[in-house]
Design a protein around this ligand. Sequence first.
Ligand code: NIG
Ligand code: FE
Length: 426
Amino acid sequence: MPLFIRNIKELILVEPASRQYPPKVVSYVGGADMSVLPTMKNAFLYIEDGIIRGFGTMEEFVRGKFLKKVRQAGVTEIDATGKMVFPAWCDSHTHLVYAGSREIEYTDKIRGLSYEEIARRGGGILNSAKRLQEASELELIEQSISRLEEITKLGTGAVEIKSGYGLTTDSELKMLRVIRKLKEFSPLTIKATFLGAHAVPEEFRNNREGYVDLVINEMIPQVAGEELADYIDVFCDKGFFTVEDTERILMAGIKHGLRPKIHANELAFSGGIQTGVRYGALSVDHLECTADEEIQALSKSDTMPCLLPGAAFFLGMEQPPARKMIDAGLPVALASDYNPGSSPSGNMQLIMSMGCVLLRMLPEEVIHAVTINGAYAMGVEDQLGSIAIGKQANILITHRIPTYAFLPYAYGSNNVETVIIDGKFV
Ligand code: NIG
Ligand code: FE
């Protein structure tokens, strides 16, 4: 059924004429452009067959062709007086398929143990792997669906989900099959990433290379054979996987058509960013340890730097230099990293607040970072991430808010009232 939203106080991130779609002009927004947010005040939006068919000012509406369309029977009308409409958030980095929770480690962390110390004691990722291996597909699906429902209410319309708590061939496949089920059941747009190289499992404690061999020779061919993943990830960092391991795994993945999206430079200057760029990664994520050399590598690439302020916040670590990146002309995406160990929240409104307060990004910059740039970082920028004719209608309507900056300002509140995915209310 067609959907008509009228009297929108401000329609956010409309593609200006120069960026009309099609033809595709903009895939992401970087540097100084991130602080210039294209919006339209007192606007309307017209959706049909799940696609954005028209938008403009209310004055244009009463003069234009949409007036006649809206008068036809069967059009659902929404009055958005005082409310704003945004493209729904695109959360390009999560691990939201997991079993149970890890608040015991949270307490250990408060007592002063580091992330690496907890990992070395069999906590961390290995702890989640044990629980996931024991969980049934059905249990995982149930837990994950409730997380998806929770983030949808907070405005997320697209989400990337990684494997990486399986760490055996069977369990990695189980995780990816769960993600495939979620793609079927959930109205959200979902992308799956194979992260077999998330941690070295206990059995390979003294044989990391043996585990990398297993990922390459057994896991990747099966994952690709069943077409279970869209992307491939490696945790390229101190205490986890080296640049050499990462290169071997990425090469094998690329051979099977899996583009990299990697965890890099969270714990150290690991060389992960440069490796990601060299292998044409769609995004490199975390980047707490980033300096001039890394920024330079990114400048010459199409790789999206994706920052996860929730993880650095939760672990009490230094945040990545977002300001420096944007001032150097780079784009930046923000994602939740929703996972049980380092960021047990998928609240993208909170991530926007962290972007402003902890990363010193402007409200305009964080809005770009969680919409069009997030869409690019998960390969859906053609369909999502901005208000453009022809794009999929994944949008959100806020409560009555004074300005768009109110959203990151009012941290901890849910200011999203309605979420529409594919033109349907969810
Ligand atoms: O993105 N950094 C690596 N992996 C996750 C943490 C996973 C966990 O602790 O369970 C992350 O922060
Ligand atoms: Fe992560």
